[in-house]
Design a protein around this ligand. Structure first.
Ligand code: SAM
Length: 313
């Protein structure tokens, strides 16, 4: 019932892969290829600015550094910058988890459900390829795709691990010192704009049983992520519009870890917040085609209480 047919065409989002090229150099190359850069919009007027973009025009995103926005449908698959891995086609909402987790260069990180690897490669950019990312995925085909995509993107600090994140032992010395976990688990995908169209009919709707089983997996994975002894921050995200996979999972994990973790109020200028189903829900962000010109998405950031100055003893 909370799925609304999307009437919005999403902009083409392009993340500059700063492992290979600076934002300035990418903009220069795009201009040389005939594109024109319009003034960077503010967070307040970005939606109207993006809607008014003409073919060939682009702007820089006001929320996510290194993200550029082009009009809907702009083709890049034959573009040299794309082929060389200097730019990555990635929806804006899916850039939020790595952006808010913000692992610094040298960090030890787990990407729990990593394939095809867009968020791994985004984190690697932030880490300047320094440190280490253990990138788990249970699906060997998806992991093979990830291997070639991350290679093209110049990612060298990620170790791809074929297996279930749930089976990795938080006490294993390999993971001692892991301070950041990005958890983007399998979900119903109900926020993907191209799928929203057919989810309005009975046939396409997601059964309660399916949602329950997804939510169970998501909570188990989140619980596991929060159990790593040295973890400071865990980003949890889905491309689902269902609260069962979003606020409810986060609330349950918070309750289980009371006194140990809190939610950080992420992207304070982002107006579209978690649905108000529990006291800290507005610290999370939601995104939708209608309000944010992105796919439907949800992000929460858990932070260890020992990181918060006001709860330190
Ligand atoms: N984070 C990825 C990205 O940004 O490119 C997308 C991840 S996708 C939403 C979810 C992934 O979780 C799938 O590739 C799926 O194979 C993987 N997965 C499902 N169960 C898993 C498990 N128990 N352990 C590790 N990966 C799992």
């Amino acid at each position: 019932p909370d799925i609304v047919k999307s009437q919005v065409s999403l902009p083409r989002y392009v993340r500059v892969n700063t492992l290979k090229i600076t934002v300035e150099a990418a903009i220069k190359k795009l201009k040389q290829a005939g594109c024109s850069l319009a003034d960077k919009p503010s967070v307040e007027n970005f939606a109207s600015t993006v809607s008014a973009l003409e073919p060939g025009q682009f702007v820089q995103d006001p929320h996510i550094p290194a993200l550029l926005m082009f009009p809907p449908g702009t083709g890049f698959h034959d573009n040299q910058l794309y082929k060389s891995g200097e730019i990555i086609l990635q929806d804006k909402a899916s850039c939020i988890p790595a952006h808010v987790l913000a692992p610094p260069p040298g960090a030890l990180v787990i990407d729990a459900c990593a394939a095809p690897g867009n968020k791994t490669s985004h984190m690697t950019s932030l880490m300047q390829n320094k440190g280490k990312i253990f990138a788990f995925d249970i699906d060997s085909k998806r992991l093979a795709t990830m291997r070639s995509l991350t290679r093209r993107a110049g990612v060298s600090c990620a170790q791809l691990v074929h297996g279930s994140f749930l089976d990795c032992d938080p006490g294993d010395p390999r993971y001692s010192g892991v301070e950041y976990v990005l958890l983007d688990p399998s979900c119903s995908g109900s926020g993907i704009a191209s799928r929203l169209d057919h989810l309005t009919d009975e046939e396409g709707s997601i059964s309660t049983e399916r949602l329950e089983s997804l939510a169970q997996f998501q909570l188990a994975a989140l619980r596991h992520a929060l159990s790593f002894p040295t973890v400071r921050r865990v980003a949890y995200s889905t491309c689902s519009v269902h609260r069962q996979e979003n606020e409810d999972v986060v609330q349950a994990a918070l309750q289980e870890n009371e006194g140990k973790y809190h939610l950080q109020h992420i992207l304070p200028t982002w107006r579209h917040r978690g649905t108000n189903t529990f006291p800290q829900a507005d610290r999370c962000v939601r995104a939708s085609p209608e309000q944010d010109l992105t796919n439907g998405f949800f992000v929460a950031l858990f932070e260890n209480n020992s990181e918060r100055v006001d709860v330190k003893e």
